[in-house]
Structures are given as structure tokens and as C-alpha cells.
Write a new protein. Structure first.
Lengths: 255, 358
């Protein structure tokens, strides 16, 4: 139990009469990278939204970092150590890279309430360190996000996540809108995170990417977890069968 | 060495292709405008716009003109400092001119003398209560209180009722003007104490304007409040998701704008030695125009106080320049309008150019 970072038990979410998520039992161990796959509307994003408390679950239990948790909202989840890269990135276009990395948690020199003086030097140094650690390439930190490519934006968002999450990172389709090279850059960051032993949940539709990057694949279908497979025990066709429903039943790890 | 590996991760970064700050372009526009007036003056009037041509005065520049350029925009400039912060945060404030009117009336009635030329002050509002000849701090604090209250109402409406800032502050604009007229039943309020009159005397408005501009430029650049202004203006959802208290921030921005408008009211009524219900009409639009000319984006997230100050100077140069060329004041208004449109069009071109190069 001690090496389990995140555990959910019978996690369920109903939107009125729609059963978006039903009885999800999920575990994530330290240093593990898990992919969540499934068709559109299978419940992947719903699952993530319950964990990050963007929405409140209908029923079920969540343990995080050894304790049962009931986050009041996404900020509480983030403070506990769950960082999420949202599909819409959540970056401020007119601010530069350090400001975005520290958005909402600026380091200050003197605390004067809202008029606290920012420690710009520290934030810039920390940003450089974070970008080197995640191997993100940004030509000029002082450029605003508005003037960056989609890949660079995604890298900034991920670097921000990686800088502050000591415990768990969740990425919701981080490469969905990116070109080939930019996708490679993002995948390299994920590899770096793996090497650093930081646990990660990756939502992706990209079969190659998933088999390249993660240890374990969880398949959602119609709001239920229908497969939970180690990468070496399965292949693309097998996963597709679960996604489309050609194969049914809950395939559990033989552990 | 044009190409340097300056960037993190070893990507090359060409410092020469760095884009200028927006303020630089505005400053260039100011210089071109001054140059144009100088040229026209020399050619058609045989007089200089900027430099001293009188033999009996020993200065390089025409200092009287320089003073007037700044002095005539200082009071609206003080308002524009607050309006700039509101616009950067993604809002708009139409109420500042009316707040000036209401605040001037209320503050002035606490700044009156008891006797004028040995007779009781005929205009004194609170003479029966004995609230005359009060120390100057009283009317100033009353003014700040008025601005704070108006800003608090504006901010709370915008933050908590989801009324667009345009509508919320339009309501305040009408209401505050009503307060200004109701306060003394339309009568002007005059005869302030000497210490109150000193606030707006001579170049004091300029000193107050420039001090406040420097203070708030530093706040915008170096404090958490400033950072959050830009963050909320460029992506409110991102700011909220990042844990910024957007509601409280909006209230604070409008409170600051309200207080700055009330300070402008103090300076204006002190300078004029009287307060009238019609004071500050159209000031809100002039203040917005100064900000827009100075490169503040109406969609939020971009701009600076320095830009707004330069925008205010452009306003001052136009007014002085037209007087210098002995053109009718009617032309000033027309040209002001053209310049506002031109500034926005130029800014959009510039943005598109940058996006293409990036």
C-alpha cells in the first residue's frame, strides 16, 4: 500500500441520467506511467475530472499519497500535489515563460498582500532550471506565449506541471494538436519525467505513443474500466478490441 | 555575432530580431507629431513649436509651451492611470468622469472657508454644522472615501453579478452624475481654504500625475497585483485555474481606479477653486483614448502606464499644436478621433506582423 500514489474505489459519476463513469477501480504506483485509452465519451476525461476535483464525484472513494482525500476543488487537488495539463492549456498569452510557470504562485521578496514584490530573478532561474530538467527548448524566456508555436506552448504547460508536481502528473491528450517534431519534443519530456521517477497518467488516442511511453494501459469503455494490462502482455490489436468492444470483460493484471 | 545561443536548451536566439516594446512605437509617434508641428510652424508661421524664439528669455526650449502640454493632460492623465489598469485586466471603466464630478462636489463642500471678505461664505454647504475651515486632510480623505466606495460598487458588480464591465460602469456613470447634481441642487460649490487650493496650484497637477504614474508603473511591473492584472486580462480562465482570486482582484482594480478618479477630482476642483456638477464630463472617454493611443489593448493583457503617459502627451501636443497653429478648437476634436482610430489600426497591424514573424 505504501508505494501506491493514487487509488480509486468504485469511482462513479452520473450526469443526470447519464452514467459517465461507473465503479472505476484504479491504482497507480510510485514512478509508474499509465495510459488511459478509450473512445470519445468512454469516460476518460470524466475520470480525470473526478480525481482533480474539477467536478465532484457521485460516489466512490479516492486515496492519494496514502490518505483518503476529498478535494474541494482543483486548487485543493493541486496544492496536494496533483498537477494537470488541461487540453486548453491554461496559459496567459500575454505573459512570458517565467510568469506563466509561476502563475498564481509567484515567489515574492516581501509579502505586502496583493502588492508583494516579485522575486523575478529567482523565478527566472527556477524556470531555466525547470526547462533544462524537462529538456524543453524555448529560444527566449522573455517572449510572450502569444508568439510561440503550439509545441512550445504545450512544452511550457508541461514544464509548469513538472516543476510543481512532486507527486502526480496528469496529461489530457498533450499531443493532440501538435506536429510530428513538436510531438517528439513533448514525448521526450515525458521520458525525462519517467527517468526522474515521477508518476504520470497519460490520456491519449495515439497507440504508438502509448506503447512507446507507458508501463501500463487502462482501457475505458462506456464509463467502465474494461482492461488493465501491462504493456508487455498486450499489443495494439488487443487494445483496439477492448476499445471497440470486440473483446469484453474486465481483464485484470495477473498480479 | 548576430546569432547567439542564448536560449534555454541550446536553441539559437537572434537578439537583433527581438521586437521593440510597444511603448517605443508610441514614443516615436509622439516625436513625429512634435516634428510635424515644428516643421509646419517654421514653414508657415516662421515660429518654432518646441524651441524658445524670444530674445528676452534665456532657455533652449519654449518652457511655457512644454508646461502647458503636460499641465492640460495631467488631470485626465491621473484618471487614465486607473483606467489603464482596468483595461489591462480585461475590463473597461466608463464611470471615471462622473466619479470626478460627484467627488469634486462632495470633497469641495468639506474644503470651504467660513467667511469671504468678512461676510459669511454664501456658498458654504456645511456652515450651519460649523464644518468650515477644516484641515486639508479632511476633504482629501472624504474624496478618497468617495472614490473607494464608487470603485467598490463597480468592482463588486463586475465580479459577482456577471454584468459586463461596460454596463456596470455605465450605470455608475449615470448614477454618479446624478449624485453630483443632487448634492448641492445644481449649485456650484466655491471658496476653498488656502491649503486645499494649494493642491492644484501651478505645476502641482503635473507633479502629482507623474508621481502617481511612476508609482503605478512600478506596481504593475514588480508586484503580484501587476502580474495578475496581465494574467486575468489575457486569459481569465487560465488565471482562475491557476488559483488566482479573480473576483477579489477585479474589485481591487476598480477600487484603485475609483480612488485615482477621486484624486483627479481633488486636483481639478482645487485648480479651478470651485466644483460644479458638470465637471469631468467626457473625461472617461479621454482617459480611455489616452490608454488606447499608448498601446493598451482593449481586449486586455497588454499595455503599460508608460504607454498611457506617452498617450496623454500625444493628446497634449495635439491641443497645444492646434493652438500654436491658430486653428479652431473644433479641428482638435476631429483630429483626436482620427488619431484614436489610427492608433488602434496601427497596433493591430503590428500584432499581425509579429504573429507572422514568430
Amino acid at each position: 500500500m505504501s508505494d501506491i500514489v493514487l487509488k480509486t474505489e468504485n469511482l462513479t459519476k452520473y450526469y443526470g441520467g447519464v452514467h459517465a463513469l461507473e465503479g472505476a477501480n484504479f491504482e497507480l504506483r510510485k514512478g509508474e506511467h499509465v495510459a488511459i485509452m478509450g473512445d470519445n465519451g468512454a469516460g476518460k476525461s470524466t475520470f480525470v475530472r473526478q480525481i482533480t476535483a474539477v467536478e465532484q464525484r457521485t460516489s466512490g472513494k479516492i486515496w492519494f499519497d496514502g490518505k483518503e482525500v476529498n478535494f474541494a476543488g482543483p486548487i485543493a487537488a493541486r496544492e496536494a500535489g496533483i498537477e494537470t495539463v488541461f487540453q486548453n492549456l491554461a496559459l496567459a498569452d500575454d505573459l512570458d515563460v517565467p510568469s506563466n510557470l509561476f502563475l498564481g504562485r509567484e515567489k515574492v521578496l516581501f509579502n505586502l498582500g496583493p502588492f508583494s514584490i516579485l522575486d523575478r530573478k529567482f523565478m527566472r532561474k527556477a524556470t531555466e532550471a525547470a526547462l533544462i530538467r524537462t529538456a524543453v527548448k524555448i529560444p527566449n524566456l522573455s517572449n510572450t506565449i502569444r508568439h510561440m508555436s503550439g509545441g512550445q506552448r504545450q512544452c511550457v504547460a508541461i514544464a509548469r506541471t513538472a516543476t510543481f508536481a512532486s507527486k502526480l502528473i496528469i496529461m489530457d491528450e498533450p499531443t493532440a494538436a501538435l506536429g510530428v517534431q513538436e510531438t517528439m519534443q513533448v514525448e521526450n519530456i515525458i521520458r525525462t519525467l519517467k527517468a526522474n521517477g515521477e508518476p504520470l497518467i497519460l490520456i491519449s488516442h495515439n497507440m504508438r505513443q502509448v506503447f512507446d511511453l507507458v508501463d501500463r494501459i487502462v482501457v475505458f469503455r462506456r464509463g467502465r474500466i474494461v482492461a488493465n494490462l501491462r504493456k508487455q502482455d498486450t499489443d495494439g490489436n488487443d487494445i483496439v478490441s477492448y476499445i471497440t468492444g470486440a473483446k469484453t470483460g474486465e481483464a485484470e493484471l495477473a498480479a | 555575432m548576430a546569432q547567439t545561443t542564448h536560449g534555454v536548451g541550446g536553441l539559437s536566439y537572434d537578439a537583433k530580431r527581438r521586437t521593440w516594446p510597444a511603448e517605443f512605437n508610441v514614443f516615436l509617434a509622439l516625436i513625429i507629431l512634435v516634428g510635424a508641428f515644428e516643421l509646419i510652424g517654421r514653414v508657415f508661421l516662421g515660429d518654432s513649436f518646441l524651441f524658445n524664439t524670444r530674445a528676452n528669455v534665456d532657455t533652449i526650449f519654449n518652457e511655457a509651451r512644454l508646461q502647458i502640454i503636460i499641465l492640460q493632460v495631467s488631470i485626465v492623465g491621473i484618471i487614465a492611470i486607473g483606467v489603464t489598469q482596468v483595461i489591462i485586466s480585461g475590463g473597461i471603466d466608463l464611470s471615471s468622469g462622473s466619479i470626478v464630478g460627484a467627488t469634486a462636489m462632495i470633497a469641495m463642500s468639506f474644503a470651504q472657508v467660513a467667511t469671504v471678505n468678512g461676510n459669511p461664505n454664501p456658498k458654504a454647504i456645511f456652515i450651519e454644522q460649523g464644518w468650515t475651515d477644516l484641515p486639508v486632510i479632511v476633504p482629501v480623505l472624504v474624496a478618497i472615501g468617495c472614490g473607494l466606495l464608487a470603485g467598490l460598487i463597480n468592482g463588486t458588480l463586475v465580479a459577482y453579478t456577471r454584468i459586463p464591465p461596460f454596463i456596470a460602469t455605465l450605470g455608475m456613470m449615470v448614477t454618479a452624475r446624478g449624485v453630483a447634481k443632487w448634492w448641492s441642487k445644481g449649485q456650484p460649490i466655491s471658496f476653498p481654504t488656502e491649503s486645499f487650493a494649494a493642491i492644484g496650484k501651478g505645476l502641482m497637477p503635473v507633479i502629482i500625475f507623474i508621481s502617481l504614474a511612476i508609482l503605478f508603473q512600478l506596481i504593475l511591473s514588480y508586484t503580484r497585483y501587476g502580474k495578475h492584472c496581465y494574467a486575468i486580462g489575457s486569459n481569465e480562465d487560465a488565471a482562475r485555474m491557476s488559483g488566482i482570486n479573480v473576483k477579489n482582484h477585479k474589485i481591487l482594480v476598480f477600487v484603485i481606479a475609483g480612488i485615482l478618479a477621486s484624486l483627479a477630482a481633488v486636483v481639478l476642483s482645487s485648480k479651478n477653486l470651485t466644483a460644479q456638477a458638470g465637471m469631468g464630463v467626457m473625461y472617461e472617454l479621454d482617459a480611455i483614448a489616452m490608454a488606447v493611443i499608448g498601446g493598451v489593448s482593449l481586449s486586455g493583457g497588454r499595455g503599460s502606464i508608460i504607454g498611457t503617459v506617452i498617450g496623454a502627451l500625444i493628446f497634449g501636443v495635439i491641443i497645444s499644436g492646434f493652438t500654436f497653429l491658430r486653428l479652431d478648437a473644433y479641428y482638435q476634436e476631429m483630429v483626436k478621433g482620427v488619431i484614436i482610430i489610427g492608433a488602434v489600426v496601427l497596433d493591430q497591424w503590428r500584432q499581425r506582423l509579429r504573429a507572422m514573424r514568430a
